[in-house]
Design a protein around this ligand. Structure first.
Ligand code: ZN
Length: 607
C-alpha cells in the first residue's frame, strides 16, 4: 500500500501537528508550504490532531496524480500498470469538513481520538465527490409535487398518469395541474392536441410540459390562460401548432413553451425553496456533492440566497445567472462574482446564455440544412432570445459566460461572439467561458475551442439516448463531430460532465457508461457509436470531478482527494476501473452507498 502514498503524508506524520490544526482552514498552497517546512525528525505523538471522522477499509482513488494526456494515457504518477488500476489509498481522516490526511490504514490510525467516528467502508470504492455540471434543480425538485411523465409511451398513457395523480391528490376546481417529462424530442413529429386532455379535465387548466423544454401541450383552460387562441401570433423563436383551419391545436414548440409556463401562477417563496432543497436531496441520493444550475432567474436566485444564508444548502451549488433575466444580470453587474453564505455552498460567478434550440426538435442552428428537413437550418442568436449586449457586458465585467449551443452553426457563432469580446479585452479570455452541450461541432472549429480557452460542458447521457435519431437529423458525416469528446481532449479542451436533467437520466453510472462505451443500456451499437470518440474510465470520472471543479473555479478546494481540500466524496459499491476492465455493462449495476459534503453525510444507504 505505502508504495502509492503521496509524499505529503509522510511529511505530515513528522510535523508539529498543532501548527497544522490551527492552519487547516488556509488554502492548500499555504498548507503545503507549512508541511514542507517541518522537520523529518520531530515527533508528533503528543500533539497529534484527532479526526472527526475516519473512513477506513476503502478502495480510494484520490485522482491527485495529474491529468491524462489528450489520448487518455494516464500521467506518470497514476496508480496503473499494464492497464491495471489499483487504489492509491485505503483510509481518509476528516476534520472540520476538510481532508486532514489520506493514505494507508496504518498511516491514518494515529489520528483516531476518543470522539472520532469510524466508518468501515468494507472494501467499497471512495471517489472524489461527483458534480453534475448542467442541471435544472427546481425541475428535479418539482417531481415531488408535480405529475411525473418521464417514460410515458404516448398521449393516452400521459393523460392516464395525470388522472391517477389527481385521483390520489385531489385539486380544487380552477387550480393548475402541471405535469412534465414526456419526450418532446422523440415525439417531435406527433405532438398531441388538446381534445382528449380537455375532455379529461374540463375544470382545471392542465399543462403537459416536455422533458427538454422544447415542447408542451395544454387543455382548453390552459390554452385560454396562456393566450393560445385563434389569431394569436407565434412568439419570437417559437411556434403555436395549428390545424388545417388555423386553430391552435393546443401544442407549442420551442419558445412557445414559455406562453404556457408564464400562465402558471408563481409558487410561494417557501414552496420554491422546498423544491430546491428536494432537488438537491435527490442529487445527494444519486451520489452528487455539487451541481451547476444552468439558468437561475431572479426568483430562484432569491431562493438560493435565502437557503445559503440559513445554511440549508446540502450540496455545493454554482448558480448560473439566467441570461434571459435582464434585471438579475443588471443586479449582478453591480455585485460582481462572489460566493455566498459562510459554509462555501453557493457560488455565483457565471451567466447562462441561450443561443440555439435542440437538435431533436430541429431548433439547433446548423451550418447547412437539416438532413431530414429541406431548407431548414434552425434558429440562433437574438432570434432565439440571446441578449448580445447584456451578456457582453457581463463578460466584460468578469463573469464566466456559459452559453447553450447545440448545432455546428450555433457553436461557431458563439465561438466568434467570444472571440470578438476577447478582442476588446484580452484578459477576459482567462475566465473559463463554457459552451453548454457543444453538441455538433464542425471539424474546423475544435482548434478554435482551444485557441479561445473555451470549456466544453457536455452530457454523456446524450450519446446513449440521442444516437437513435442524430444521423436522421444531420447525416453520418456531420455526426462524426457530434458528442466528439475525444476530439475535444485531443485538441486540448477541458471537459465538464453533466446530465442536463430532467431531460436525461442523471444516474452517475449511466453517465460513465455512456462516456466510456458510447452505447445505450442495451449495449447498442456493438463497439459503440463513433467509437473513436470514447473516453477512458479515468477521463470519464474526471469529467464529473476535477473537470467539473475546474469549470467552476473550485479546483483548489474540491475535485480530487487531497490534504486540505473539502471532504467531498462519493462512496460506491463497485470499482469503476476494475468493472470496466472486466465487463463495461456491469457499470450500470453500480450503487451509490454514501455521499459526503464537507465531511457531512448527505446520503447514507447504510443507515
Ligand atoms: Zn439545460
Amino acid at each position: 500500500m505505502s508504495a502509492f502514498l503521496p509524499p505529503l503524508l509522510f511529511r505530515l506524520r513528522n510535523c508539529d501537528l498543532r501548527l497544522l490544526l490551527s492552519a487547516r482552514w488556509i488554502l492548500l498552497a499555504g498548507l503545503i508550504t507549512l508541511l514542507l517546512g517541518c522537520s523529518e525528525h520531530e515527533t508528533s505523538r503528543a500533539t497529534s490532531p484527532t479526526a472527526d471522522l475516519i473512513i477506513d477499509n476503502a478502495r480510494i482513488y484520490t485522482f491527485a496524480w495529474g491529468e491524462p494526456d489528450g489520448e487518455g494515457t494516464p500521467a506518470a504518477l497514476a496508480p496503473v500498470s499494464d492497464s491495471n488500476w489499483a487504489p492509491d489509498a485505503t483510509a481518509v481522516a476528516i476534520t472540520d469538513g476538510v481532508i486532514l490526511a489520506i493514505g494507508s490504514s496504518d498511516d491514518i490510525a494515529p489520528l483516531k481520538g476518543e470522539s472520532t467516528e469510524i466508518i468501515d467502508a468494507m472494501g467499497a470504492t471512495l471517489l472524489p465527490g461527483f458534480t453534475d455540471s448542467h442541471t435544472h434543480i427546481e425541475e428535479l425538485g418539482a417531481t415531488l409535487d408535480d405529475v411525473d411523465l418521464k417514460g410515458v409511451a404516448d398521449e393516452a398513457e400521459a393523460i392516464a398518469r395525470v388522472v391517477a395523480h389527481v385521483d390520489a391528490n385531489p385539486v380544487p376546481e380552477g387550480q393548475w395541474i402541471v405535469a412534465r417529462g414526456w419526450d418532446d424530442g422523440l415525439w417531435a413529429d406527433r405532438y398531441p392536441t388538446h381534445d382528449t386532455l380537455t375532455a379529461a379535465f374540463p375544470n382545471n387548466p392542465v399543462l403537459m410540459d416536455g422533458t427538454n423544454g422544447f415542447g408542451a401541450w395544454g387543455n382548453r383552460l390552459a390554452m385560454e390562460a396562456a393566450g393560445i387562441v385563434a389569431g394569436a401570433p407565434d412568439p419570437t423563436g417559437g411556434e403555436i401548432l395549428r390545424d388545417a383551419n388555423g386553430e391552435p391545436t393546443g401544442a407549442v414548440r420551442n419558445r412557445g413553451v414559455a406562453l404556457f409556463r408564464s400562465a402558471v401562477p408563481p409558487l410561494s417563496d417557501e414552496r420554491l425553496q422546498r423544491r430546491l432543497v428536494n432537488g438537491l436531496q435527490l442529487m445527494a441520493d444519486a451520489g452528487y456533492t455539487g451541481v451547476h444550475h444552468a439558468g437561475v432567474d431572479s426568483r430562484l436566485m432569491a431562493a438560493y440566497e435565502a437557503l445559503a444564508e440559513r445554511g440549508e444548502l446540502s450540496l455545493r451549488v454554482s448558480a448560473m445567472i439566467s441570461g434571459r433575466d435582464k434585471p438579475l444580470m443588471q443586479e449582478w453587474l453591480t455585485r460582481g462574482p462572489q460566493r455566498l453564505g459562510d459554509d462555501n455552498k453557493l457560488f455565483v460567478h457565471s451567466v447562462k446564455g441561450y443561443y440555439d434550440g435542440s437538435l431533436g426538435a430541429r431548433g439547433a442552428k446548423l451550418l447547412e440544412e437539416y438532413s431530414d428537413r429541406e431548407g431548414h437550418i434552425g434558429v440562433s442568436g437574438e432570434e432565439y432570445g440571446f441578449f448580445t449586449k447584456e451578456i457582453s457586458a457581463m463578460l466584460q465585467a468578469g463573469f464566466q459566460i456559459n452559453i447553450h449551443a447545440i448545432g455546428d452553426g450555433g457553436n461557431r457563432e458563439v465561438l466568434h461572439f467570444l472571440r470578438d469580446n476577447f478582442a476588446l479585452n484580452p484578459a477576459m479570455q482567462k475566465n473559463r467561458h463554457r459552451i453548454e452541450h457543444a453538441q455538433v461541432v464542425h471539424p474546423d472549429d475544435f482548434a478554435l475551442y482551444d485557441e479561445l480557452d473555451v470549456i466544453a460542458s457536455v452530457q454523456p447521457p446524450f450519446v446513449a439516448e440521442d444516437k437513435v435519431w442524430t444521423e436522421d437529423r444531420i447525416g453520418h458525416a456531420r455526426s462524426a463531430g457530434a458528442y466528439a469528446w475525444r476530439s475535444f481532449r485531443r485538441n486540448n479542451t477541458a471537459l465538464a460532465f453533466g446530465s442536463d436533467l430532467m431531460g436525461y437520466d442523471w444516474n452517475l453510472f449511466y453517465g460513465l457508461h455512456s462516456a466510456i462505451t458510447r452505447q445505450s443500456t442495451d449495449s447498442e451499437p456493438p463497439g459503440g457509436w463513433f467509437p473513436e470518440e470514447k473516453l477512458t474510465t479515468e477521463e470519464s470520472i474526471r469529467g464529473y470531478t476535477s473537470g467539473a471543479a475546474y469549470a467552476a473555479f473550485l479546483e483548489d478546494e474540491t475535485g480530487t482527494l487531497e490534504v486540505g481540500k473539502w471532504a467531498d466524496m462519493t462512496l460506491v459499491d463497485i470499482d469503476p476501473f476494475e468493472t470496466v476492465a472486466r465487463e463495461p455493462a456491469a457499470l450500470l449495476n453500480g450503487q451509490v452507498l454514501m455521499t459526503l459534503v464537507g465531511g457531512k453525510r448527505v446520503f447514507d444507504a447504510t443507515r
